[in-house]
Design a protein around this ligand. Structure first.
Ligand code: VOV
Length: 248
């Protein structure tokens, strides 16, 4: 049996994608829409408080295309808190105008392929910060789930540790060449959701997503072993954009 890589886990993650029921939104009286927006903004303020208290982080983006209209990405200490957040949102008047489109449950993960031997990673503030990250306010988000293949000769899980380490080293080198232009949050979802990892990328330039993902397609870890689910891409929903989006 190949040796399983040790992983470090941080905050739990929920990606909550919603579509807007535009027909109901347009047909509802202005007071109800106003109330719904107020309750959404209150929910977002509560989410922001977790960021200020460093007990979690939430990102809120609109989604381009028909897969969904908005996404909340929540990071929290426990699955219970994620459940509470879901319920708190459902209780808002705004949620009545949304239709669940997709969700993804995972946990922020770092694997130890690149770990320095003989050190305790949890004593490294940089590692702790990566396990419990504050989500950036970048202009764009890109999310997709992925697997490492188990198919005949192309079985990631049958590769010896040293081979996998080498491939992850090359993967990391490509990633590092995008430093400062993109932030990646890799969340593990084995046992939690339908794919093995969630990949969430943040950047101010959406073309960086395309170029990075494309370049990685030629790298062995992705070229031979990567399997990918649907891609969701979107734009930061700040207050002016939120108001514009829902004004009818
Ligand atoms: C944007 C930059 C970037 C950088 C710097 C980077 C670096 C690294 C390092 C150093 C490591 C290994 C240690 C760790 O930190 O876990 C990883 C790990 C991982 N990655 Fe990565 N990755 C990036 C970006 C990045 C992207 C864009 C993707 C999607 C791949 C694609 O083809 O679409 C990805 C995937 C992953 C996955 C699924 C894992 C876990 C694999 C496992 O078997 O455990 N990743 N990644």
């Amino acid at each position: 049996m190949s040796e399983a890589v040790q992983t470090l886990e941080g905050w739990y993650a929920l990606h909550d994608f919603r579509s807007i029921d535009w027909q109901s939104w347009k047909a509802s009286p202005p007071e109800l829409r106003e109330q719904a927006m107020e309750e959404l903004e209150q929910f977002l303020r509560q989410c922001a408080q977790a960021g200020e208290a460093k007990t979690g982080s939430t990102a809120f983006y609109s989604i381009v295309g028909q897969k969904a209209d908005i996404v909340f990405m929540h990071l929290r200490e426990t699955l219970d808190e994620l459940n509470e957040l879901e319920a708190n949102f459902q209780k808002t008047a705004f949620a009545d105008f949304t239709i669940p489109a997709y969700s993804y449950v995972s946990v922020v993960e770092l694997s130890s392929y690149m770990a320095k031997p003989g050190t305790n990673p949890m004593e490294d503030p940089e590692i702790v910060a990566r396990l419990k990250p504050q989500l950036p306010q970048s202009r764009h988000i890109c999310f997709y789930p992925m697997n490492k293949k188990r198919d005949g000769q192309d079985n990631w899980y049958m590769e010896p540790m040293e081979r996998r380490r080498e491939m992850m080293r090359n993967h990391g080198l490509i990633g590092r060449s995008y430093a400062g232009r993109v932030k990646q949050i890799i969340t593990g979802s084995v046992g939690f959701d339908d794919w093995e990892w969630g990949v969430t990328l943040f950047s101010d330039d959406p073309l960086v997503f395309k170029k990075l993902v494309y370049e990685m397609r030629f790298d062995e870890a992705s070229a031979r072993y990567g399997e990918f689910g649907g891609f969701y891409v979107g734009n930061l929903l700040d207050k002016p954009k939120l108001d514009r989006l829902f004004t009818v």
